[in-house]
Design a protein around this ligand. Structure first.
Ligand code: GDP
Length: 466
């Protein structure tokens, strides 16, 4: 990062989500944060420049030109370096309405601050050495976390769990590379080539095992972070909408808006025992009268192929139909839970026949009408994705970020090159190159070896004000 200048101007943005709230916060960061705040802050003769660090102050924000008072506020003053960005930070707690927060921001911008780019506060924290890249990404995850578990995962990463694991692996690789250099430069024994090759291959296997372990947590981590894409399908009238509505009630529904797209997308999430289910659009299948025809429709197939989980609903008050069998066939490749609904009504479905078509373990009997069996369904959903039981392993280091997962796969491939190179008796200095590449790739996770371009792209994904 040496080529980047670390002298930053003072930035400002609204740090709280848009909309009505009890309070809204305008945050400033930079060398002039206190000076800018002082220009628009009024509280008798008090000056923010002279108050102790990490204190909060009552007063008013006003327009120094017109002397008009804009809002009654509490202002937090936090001086460098013990702040999120490691710069001087001022947070103005305004009354929550959109207009008042925006007016305060405008006044601050007219008096020396610049509007922050999305993610710029976090970017500064990174550039000033306060956090590493995987931690910066965790900030973004925290903001977008959809369940407690997702939040916990991000917090852990923010704590530096993943970073320290990666740093350890890197330092082990570096030790080995150093040892290899020494062996090559000062061969003490005749069989130094063999010894060096052995050293490299052993380390490659060892690091590979650690990477493998991390990657095994990837599917769970990604799901925690991004939600489990879930499709509820079945013939008309089996109870799909009833199930959906049941899942959506009890404050379980989480709606997130993803800004920045041509049209703001609204995604629906339900929280089932800490697993965020992202309900994918299967309208093509859900609402059709003619399943056979619709299954052939590209859109329905697409929805199914993208689903991490399929909830396939049958009415056990009716015999299994050809359409049901078709749906079983269509979802054979998916993680699937088969729901036999309406158990409050007499059974008409041949269970033995069904069990020959689907995994008997995947079958759950429910009555959404009488609310029975839904506990078991929720348990099955959770158990599917937490191998450590329904609660999940709280202490595991999960890797969840797509970028991190891709880098770990690349690092693993580099180690495979090391191993096959040694096995093919390739010269040690050639094998060394692959080991060094592995070291580099791991460094990209923590940001120890990343390019500016990547940084700009990563941080631009952040929300404004973070
Ligand atoms: P969908 O077409 O698959 O979405 O089915 P709906 O959810 O609209 O349900 C169709 C009908 O079945 C409605 O009248 C529901 O009230 C009823 N229903 C749903 N679940 C149950 C259940 O467990 N038992 C009984 N007896 N009726 C149910």
């Amino acid at each position: 990062m040496s080529e980047l200048s670390l002298e930053f101007d003072t930035i400002a943005a609204v740090s709280t989500p848009p909309g009505e709230g009890a309070i809204g916060i305008v945050r400033l960061s930079g060398d002039d944060a206190l000076k800018v705040a002082d220009q628009v802050y009024q509280s008798g003769s008090k000056s923010l420049a002279t108050v102790p660090s990490h204190t909060i102050h009552y007063g008013h924000i006003y327009d120094p030109k017109s002397t008009e008072v804009i809002d009654e506020v509490m202002v937090s003053v936090m001086r460098s370096p013990k702040t999120f960005t490691r710069e001087d930070v001022v947070e103005i707690n305004c009354h929550g309405g959109i207009t008042s927060v925006n007016q305060v921001l405008q006044i601050v911008l007219q008096n020396g601050a610049r509007l922050a780019e999305p993610g710029e506060f976090t970017k500064r924290a990174f550039l000033n050495g306060r956090i590493d890249l995987s931690q910066a990404e965790a900030v973004m995850d925290l903001i977008r976390a959809k369940t407690d578990k997702a939040m916990y995962l991000a917090l852990q990463q923010l704590d530096g769990n993943l970073s320290s694991l990666i740093r350890n692996l890197r330092s082990e690789i570096l030790d080995t590379l150093a040892q290899v250099e020494v062996n090559i430069d000062y061969p003490e024994y005749d069989d130094v080539e063999t010894l060096t090759a052995q050293l490299l291959v052993e380390k490659a296997y060892q690091v590979k095992a650690s990477i493998n372990q991390l990657l095994q947590t990837a599917s769970q981590g990604k799901i925690l972070r991004e939600g489990l894409a879930t499709a509820i399908i079945g013939r008309p009238n089996v109870g799909k909408s009833s199930l959906l509505n049941f899942l959506l009630q009890e404050d379980k529904a989480i709606v997130t808006e993803i800004a920045g797209t041509t049209r703001d997308i609204i995604e629906e999430y339900v929280n089932v025992r800490g697993v965020p289910l992202k309900l994918v659009d299967t309208a093509g299948i859900r609402e059709t009268e003619d399943i056979v025809e619709k299954i052939g429709v590209e859109r329905s197939r697409q929805a199914l192929s993208e689903a991490d989980l399929v909830l396939l609903v049958f009415n056990q008050n009716e015999p299994l139909t050809d359409e049901d069998k078709l749906l079983i066939e269509a979802t054979d490749e998916n993680h699937r839970i088969v729901i036999l609904n309406k158990v409050d009504l007499p059974n008409q479905l041949d269970l033995v026949a069904l069990e020959s078509l689907v995994d008997p373990e995947s079958i759950v009997k429910t009555s959404i009408l009488t609310k029975s069996g839904i506990d078991v369904l929720e348990e099955k959903i959770a158990a599917l994705f937490f191998t450590g039981g329904a609660t999940g392993d709280r202490d595991a280091t999960y890797v969840s970020n797509v970028r991190h997962i891709a880098l770990l796969h690349d690092a693993e491939a580099a180690l495979d090159e090391v191993i096959s190179g040694i096995e093919a008796d390739m010269p040690v200095d050639l094998v060394q190159i692959d080991m060094t590449r592995c070291w580099d790739l791991l460094g990209e996770i923590t940001g120890d070896s990343v390019q500016d371009e990547l940084l700009t792209q990563l941080f631009s994904q952040f929300c404004l004000g973070k």
